[in-house]
Design a protein around this ligand. Structure first.
Ligand SMILES: Cc1cc2nc3c(=O)[nH]c(=O)nc-3n(C[C@H](O)[C@H](O)[C@H](O)COP(=O)(O)OP(=O)(O)OC[C@H]3O[C@@H](n4cnc5c(N)ncnc54)[C@H](O)[C@@H]3O)c2cc1C
Length: 432
């Protein structure tokens, strides 16, 4: 289940270094070669910081290189929930961080070296909800509050974009876009290398100790275990970190989500998806889909904290969902299926800043927990963390509003699964 369509269409030949020598020194050690770690590396190198990144596998082999390829505005948590707990200023700061992330990603996708990211503008969020007036009202409020560029689409007009009798209305997110995430990751890694950054692949971070303010990390690589000494360390291990990140592991859960890609299709695909947009639906773990080069349909679905899935069961589930929304496509065959891990805290917001586990750990930082919405929020948050580490700003303090909450230990995944089932029931009753 590991071979993705992105792996088979990746353009770049980027390779990180493999031979990490013992007793290497650096200012900042970044653990994790996903979008969070890599965009932090980029921002630190731009400011001449001696930062080194290590990745257990290859750049982009975690969620960042295997996701739905949507770069959207906002956060994994909805603004109408955040508005209940945060001040207007805090909400605006969060929106700025998320929006900066989208703009940065878009600018990168359109620059030299990123040609194969294949950016296509516009994502249409389709609603199954009965409460169409609320959707229209929310678009108006958010456009006013955040100067967003979203357009409410009523059911009549929706047919010009997507033909499914399941949807009641839509919201066109004009600033959002779709792209090839793995090609993006490789291009960004190359960009970092061009700035003189050292990126080590196949290097697993194992443990660290702090002595007289210096952080000594043990890394497992081709040469066995080697040490690296740094002033600071940042954990950007997404939903893949284990006990090596110490107590941090107890404050989020790895949640899986799934993608299938169909065999190439004919015109029947364009008869239901009439515009070359990304599409998603409004359910908490709804579907997100788009047409890939070669006229294949990429179909994202579901979340699970405990379930085990075979390729066959996933293919069946995906075919069933496609036929539910688009009966015309019921005979389509699924070519690829894969899953990936996302890191979710119970409040759905990330941990960005000092980890604050024990007094001595002020130079130990966290940049993780972006859930299913990391393609804008991870780079936006990385910029804020880089600014803090460079002593330029303390905007990251807004993240302190989201306190670390215990993940429930061994029963945490079962509680998360029940919560998801409950949300599914709520979605069921909200369908028109
Ligand atoms: C199937 C799927 C679809 C998704 N779709 C979307 C989407 O369309 N839009 C969107 O915005 N978000 C989407 N997401 C979420 C998004 O991909 C994540 O939020 C984002 O990639 C998180 O980036 P990250 O850098 O924190 O984590 P990752 O990309 O997972 O990177 C973490 C890295 O750390 C490495 N690592 C872990 N432990 C160690 C260690 N001990 N030593 C060294 N390295 C280590 C891992 O190997 C991994 O490469 C999706 C996620 C999945 C799984």
């Amino acid at each position: 289940m590991n071979n993705t369509w992105y792996d088979d269409t990746v353009y770049s030949k980027f390779k990180g270094k493999h031979e990490l020598k013992n007793n290497r020194k650096c200012d900042v050690l970044i653990v994790g070669g996903g979008l969070a770690g890599l965009s932090l590396l980029y921002n630190l190198k731009k400011n001449n910081v001696d930062a080194v990144l290590i990745e257990e596998k290859q750049i982009g082999s975690g969620a960042s290189g295997r996701n739905g390829g949507f770069c959207l505005s906002g956060w994994a948590q909805d603004y109408d929930v955040l508005m209940k707990y945060l001040s207007k200023e805090e909400i605006v700061t969060l929106e700025q961080i998320a929006a900066t992330g989208v703009q940065w990603m878009k600018k990168k996708c359109m620059s030299k070296g990123y040609e194969h990211t294949n950016l296509k503008p516009g994502v249409l969020k389709c609603f199954l909800s009965k409460n169409v007036e609320k959707v229209e009202r929310d678009v108006f409020t958010q456009n006013q509050l955040f100067s967003q560029n979203e357009e409410f689409i009523n059911k009549g007009k929706l047919n010009e974009y997507v033909c499914s009798d399941k949807y009641t209305c839509g919201v066109l997110r004009k600033d959002s876009f779709q792209f090839h995430p793995l090609n993006f990751m490789k291009a960004l890694a190359q960009d970092c290398k061009n700035l003189g950054a050292s990126i080590f692949e196949n290097c697993k971070f194992v443990s660290y100790q702090i002595n007289s303010g210096k952080i000594k990390s043990s890394i497992f690589n081709n040469n066995g275990v080697v040490n690296i000494q740094s002033e600071k360390i940042v954990f950007a291990t997404g939903g893949y970190g284990g006990k090596e990140i110490k107590d941090l592991k107890n404050f989020w859960l790895p949640i899986k989500t799934f993608i299938g890609v169909t065999k190439p299709m004919g015109n029947e695909l364009q008869s239901v998806l009439k515009k070359p947009l990304g599409f998603s639906d409004n359910r908490r773990a709804g579907n997100y889909y788009r047409v890939l080069p070669g006229n294949r349909l990429s179909w994202g679905r579901g979340i699970s904290a405990v379930g085990k899935f075979t390729s066959l069961s996933l293919k069946r589930a995906i075919s069933k969902e496609i036929s539910y929304f688009f009966p015309e496509l019921r005979n389509v065959e699924i070519d690829y299926v894969w899953s990936g891990n996302m890191a979710y805290a119970s409040h759905y917001m990330p941990y960005v800043g000092s980890t604050k586990i024990g007094n001595e750990e002020k130079n130990v930082f966290t940049l993780m927990g972006f859930g299913g919405h990391g393609m804008n929020t991870a780079p936006g948050s990385a910029m804020v963390l880089a600014d803090f580490m460079l002593g330029k700003s303390s905007k990251h303090e807004v993240f302190n509003r989201f306190r670390r909450k215990w993940n429930g230990g061994l029963i945490g995944p079962y509680i998360a699964e029940m919560k998801y089932k409950y949300l599914q029931i709520q979605d069921y009753f909200d369908v028109a």
